[in-house]
Design a protein around this ligand. Structure first.
Ligand SMILES: O=C[C@H](O)COP(=O)(O)O
Length: 252
């Protein structure tokens, strides 16, 4: 059985004291079992402190982005070498907000996925369609294409370790969740695409999350679906209590 991965993406929220308090609040309450992995995706400036606080706990710490180069003249950027150096384990790549506001493309996402593996970081690769694309019945083609481009050139072992987050853009921060059946249909399609580019064995290992207005009230139904292996959660991950409820749902 695939484990469930619950990742809280704080986006550009919390000052350091709030971030630290969150880890203090959850660290002894995260279920200690193999069914679930809990990850906090925090702003860069909080990462060293959170990695330190999370040591010896079941909370993993992720960045929300990174550059694909190891170092160089890229003012304002943070590299995979730097993230690895401070003990970060995961990195979110290709979030729709990065694609929309910061010119992230399928090509840069692919470079970043390779860079993540070169430095032993686990990528959480985000894919998803706009409302217009969904209404035009383009969801599967678009998402499949994003997945293929993100995984291009990876070894099968690397694909197996990649976490893919399906996030319909129209469901992010809107309170609108895809129905669990619709979300599962796209996640199952993502798995089919992974199978096409690798094998059934690898596709069965890949963790595929759903993201978009996930909250304690809808998480059980989503996680009960055959191809949804976790959640990438924005708003509902900001409060420790609600994050814990989501992780507990994953541990069932
Ligand atoms: O990364 C998280 C997603 O963008 C979902 O955000 P949300 O749970 O606030 O809709």
């Amino acid at each position: 059985m695939r484990k469930k991965v619950i990742a809280g993406n704080w986006k550009m929220n919390k000052v350091l004291a709030e971030a630290n308090q969150f880890i203090d609040d959850v660290k002894d309450k995260i279920p200690n079992n193999d069914n679930v992995e809990a990850i906090v995706c925090a702003p860069y400036v909080h990462l060293p402190s959170l990695v330190d606080k999370a040591k010896g706990t079941n909370v993993k710490v992720s960045a929300q982005n990174m550059h694909f180069e190891d170092n160089g003249a890229f003012t304002g950027e943070v590299s995979p070498v730097m993230l690895k150096d401070i003990g970060v384990t995961h990195v979110v790549l290709g979030h729709s907000e990065r694609r929309e506001y910061f010119a992230e493309t399928d090509e840069t996402v692919n470079k970043k996925v390779h860079a993540a593996f070169n430095h032993d970081l686990t990528p959480i690769v985000c894919v998803g369609e706009t409302l217009e694309q969904r209404e035009a019945n383009e969801t599967k083609a678009l998402v499949g294409d994003q997945v293929k481009k993100a995984l291009e050139g990876l070894s099968e072992a690397q694909v197996a370790k990649t976490i893919i987050a399906y996030e319909p853009i129209w469901a992010i921060g809107t309170g609108k969740t895809a129905s669990s059946e619709d979300a599962n249909e796209v996640c199952a399609h993502v798995r089919e695409v992974v199978k096409e580019v690798t094998s059934e064995e690898i596709a069965e290992q890949v963790v595929i999350q759903y993201g978009g207005s996930v909250k304690p009230a809808n998480v059980d139904e989503l996680l009960a679906q055959s191809d949804i292996d976790g959640a990438l959660v924005g708003g509902a991950s900001l409060e420790s209590e609600s994050f814990l409820q989501l992780v507990e749902a994953g541990a069932k």
